[in-house]
Design a protein around this ligand. Structure first.
Ligand SMILES: NC(=O)c1ccc[n+]([C@@H]2O[C@H](COP(=O)([O-])OP(=O)(O)OC[C@H]3O[C@@H](n4cnc5c(N)ncnc54)[C@H](O)[C@@H]3O)[C@@H](O)[C@H]2O)c1
Length: 350
């Protein structure tokens, strides 16, 4: 138990944010979720709303915010390409103006601040697996740059606020993470394969399916967040958090088909622009500095995630631990979010 801090989570009603809020409340903290509901939803935190220590503020972090807090987890930013490419300028603003606003708040309140950075800062990597020292290979003018370069600039700002103003920072580079509460239409590879398989629709793989990804289950990642935030001063990161188990996209598709008993076929399409061909974290630093490594294997994590999507596709009528029935009024993006149908987006990972 850490307990009794005032903790702000930007992006607190999103996929990862909702699990983080849940964990922080369980540890006895006051939690303020700040979210503009761009890709987040009150459905994700409905089960927390009765907790008097939980509060949600509808706010866009590209605008300044004045609250008193002890710690800030900055997660606000759409994570999936189909969402962050809808309005790339807003994505850059969320990453850059949002970071400036949140770092300003941390500076004023002397709060410790955590940044949800990403493996996308490595771009399409020439080094495999990717250690934190690797500086990456990012196309600064491509369609993914609003996210990749936005996150890189946010890291720069975090380290400049740290050096220039002594703000206490923690920077995590998150690799592909999955679990319940991912959206059905967000183009992320795990959720889309599961949704397609459960509906016996063809599963679309871009390229020949030999591109690799690593998949971290959400509970493992949140444990990494908590450890990094609780690490001694001086452990600023960046620290890779992800599961080093490496799977081809084709292996993932076959596993999902088998586990769901689906009749789905697999169809192949050309690779999208700048889609990385290999992704696998080197987590030596996380092991050494945080004593952290993932504990949930892919099969186990997929079981839980498949159970969630079965529930979701059933209209949420069955009961499911940690989830209350959805309230569609709070769903903000149309389905599908942009002109990329679910099948078209299916192999794009974050
Ligand atoms: N899930 C992953 O695999 C992964 C991998 C790498 C990095 N990350 C990072 O982790 C964070 C959370 O990702 P997620 O998977 O939960 O995504 P998500 O899209 O489910 O959550 C993002 C949340 O941020 C909110 N948001 C977006 N722009 C905002 C703004 N301007 N002001 C306030 N709120 C805003 C959204 O409404 C949503 O609730 C993101 O910063 C993402 O870049 C996630």
């Amino acid at each position: 138990m850490h307990g009794q801090k005032r903790i702000m989570v930007t992006g607190g009603t999103g996929f990862l944010g909702s699990f983080l809020c849940e964990r922080l409340l369980r540890e006895g903290n006051d939690v303020l979720a700040v979210d503009n509901y761009y890709t987040g939803s009150r459905d994700n935190v409905l089960h927390l709303l009765d907790d008097p220590r939980f509060e949600i503020l509808r706010h866009d972090i590209t605008f300044p915010l004045y609250v008193e807090v002890d710690e800030i987890y900055n997660l606000a930013c759409p994570a999936s390409p189909v969402h962050y490419q809808v309005d790339p300028v807003q994505t850059v603003k969320t990453n850059v103006h949002g970071a400036i606003n949140m770092l300003g708040l941390a500076k004023r309140t002397k709060a410790k601040i955590f940044q949800a950075s990403t493996s996308e800062v490595y771009g399409d990597p020439a080094v495999h697996p990717q250690p934190e020292e690797y500086r990456g290979s990012v196309n600064p003018i491509g369609p993914r740059a609003c996210y990749d370069e936005g996150k890189r600039c946010a890291e720069t700002l975090f380290f400049d606020y740290h050096r220039q103003y002594g703000v206490e920072i923690r920077v995590a580079r998150i690799f592909n993470t999955y679990g319940p509460r991912m959206q059905t239409n967000d183009g992320r590879v795990v959720s889309n394969f599961i949704v397609q398989a459960l509906q016996n629709e063809p599963i679309t793989i871009f390229g020949n399916g030999t591109q690799t990804r690593s998949f971290c289950y959400v509970d493992d990642l949140i444990e990494g967040f908590i450890r990094l935030m609780g690490a001694p001063n001086g452990v600023t990161g960046p620290i890779n958090l992800g599961n080093p188990g490496e799977f081809t996209v084709r292996e993932l598709a076959e596993m999902v088909i088998e586990m769901t008993g689906s009749k789905s076929s697999i169809v192949y399409k050309p690779l999208p622009v700048d889609d990385p061909t290999q992704r696998k974290p080197d987590i030596s630093r996380a092991k050494q500095d945080l004593g952290w490594q993932p504990t949930v294997n892919l099969h186990e994590g997929l079981e839980k995630t498949i159970a969630y999507f079965e529930w979701k596709l059933s209209g949420g009528t069955r009961s499911m631990p940690g989830v209350r029935s959805p309230q569609p009024a709070y769903t903000h993006l149309p389905t599908p979010a942009v002109g990329i149908p679910v099948q078209e987006a299916a192999s794009i990972g974050t």
